[in-house]
Design a protein around this ligand. Sequence first.
Ligand SMILES: Nc1ncnc2c1ncn2[C@@H]1O[C@H](COP(=O)(O)OP(=O)(O)OP(=O)(O)O)[C@@H](O)[C@H]1O
Ligand SMILES: [Mg+2]
Length: 428
Amino acid sequence: MQLVQSRKQTAELEVQELEGEQPLERIKHINDVLRAICAVNKLIMRENDRGKLLKGVCKCLIDTRCCYNAWIVLLDESGGLVTTAEAGLGKDFLPVIEQLKRGELTDCSAMTLDSGRGTMTLQVEHDGKVYGLFSVCPRDFVTDEEEQALFREVALDIGFALHSIDLEEERKRAQEEKKKLESQLKYAQRIKALGTLAGGVAHNFNNILTVIQGNTSLMLFNTHPTHPHYERLRNIEKSVQRGAKLTSHLLGYAREGKYKVKPINMNQVLKETSDAFGETKKDIRLHRDLAGDLWGIEGDQGQIEQVLLNLYANAADAMPAGGELFLKTMNVTHEDMGGKPFRAKPGNYVFLAVSDTGTGMDEEALERIFDPFFTTKGLAKGTGLGLASAYGIIKAHGGYIDADSEKGHGTSFEIYLPASEKNERNQP
Ligand SMILES: Nc1ncnc2c1ncn2[C@@H]1O[C@H](COP(=O)(O)OP(=O)(O)OP(=O)(O)O)[C@@H](O)[C@H]1O
Ligand SMILES: [Mg+2]
C-alpha cells in the first residue's frame, strides 16, 4: 500500500515538475527520496532477516543519494539497545550508540521535526508497538513538510516490516513447539504402553519366580551338599536371583517398584556410589564437582543408587581401556532447563550429570537408549533394561533424564530431581 502511495506521489511530483512549480534541484532531491522509498519497499517485500533489513534500508537511502547518512536502532520495552544499523556514518555512529546506551536522546533526536532543518529522527512503530528510532540526514539539509511526510512513510514501512518479521518468527516458534510437544507425547505414549506391558509381565514373572525360589530353598534345605542334585539346585537358585534382578529392573521401568521415600543428600549418594565404583575400576579417573549448598531431595535411595550404578557401569563399558568420569551436582530451576526435550514443571531442581570420555553413540542409538531391551552389548552381557529402569525411576521421582552423546566423543547423562520442599542444604 505504501508502495502505491509513493508511486502516486512520484506521479504528482512529475506533474508539478512539468508545471514548473518547484525549483529543479528540489524536485530532483524529492525524486531521489521517492526512488529510495521504492527501493526500501522492494527490500521490505523480500527480506525477512531483521539485521539485513535494517542495514539494507540504511544503504538504500545512501545509495539513492537522498541522504548523507541514515541509522536505525531497535530498542527493547525498557528502552535498552537491541540492535543497530547505519550507513554513511561509519565510526561517527559510535558516540550515538553510547548516548543511546545511556538512555539519552541524541542531539538530532531532540531536534524537532517542525524545526524544518537538520537531521530527522522518527519513531519506528506499528500498531502502537514502538520498535526503535530511525534517523536520516537529508542531502540538502533542508526538510519541508513534504519531505518529512516521505521519511515518516519510510519509518512506517520499517515498522510494518519488523511487525511482519515478528509474526513470521512467532509462527515458526509455535510450529516448532507444536512439533516438540507432539514428539514428546508420542514418546510418553510409547513408554507408557511399554511400561504397562513390562509391569504386567514382571508381576506374573515375579510370582512364578517366588514359587520356584520357595521350592528350590526347601529342596536345598533337605539335600546334603554331597548329593549330586545339590549343585544343580544351587544353579537354579542363582538363575532365579538373576531373574529377580531383571524383574526389579522391569518394575523400576514400569514405575511399579516399591518406593521408600526419605530425604536424600545427592552429594553423599554420588560420593558413596562413585567411591565404591572407583574401587573396582582403577583405570577410570573420577572427577567430582559437587555444589557446596546443594538442595536436598526426597526419594528412594536404593532406586537412585541403582540409576547411578547403571550409569557408571555403562560409562565403564564405553571406556574399556580406561578414561575419565565426571560427576557434577548443581542447584537449578525450571528456567535453566530450556532447550531440553521436555518441559519441566516450575520449581527448584537438583541437577546431576554423569559424563564419560568413552566411545559415545550415534544419533540412532541415542534415540533408543531409554527403550527397554535396547542393548548393543549382546544378550549375554546386557539386558538393555538399565537405562529403561533409570528412566522409570527418575520419572517416578518427578524428575527428568536426558542424554547427549557423539560417536567417538563421550556421553553425558543429565538428571534433574525436584528439590525437597524442606530445602535442606547438603554439604559437598
Ligand atoms: N555411557 C555410554 N556410552 C556409550 N553408550 C552407552 C552409554 N550408556 C548407554 N549406552 C548405550 O545404551 C545401551 C542401553 O543401555 P542400558 O544401560 O539400558 O543397557 P545395557 O547397559 O546394554 O544393559 P544392562 O544395563 O542391562 O547391563 C547400551 O547397550 C549402549 O549401547
Ligand atoms: Mg547398562
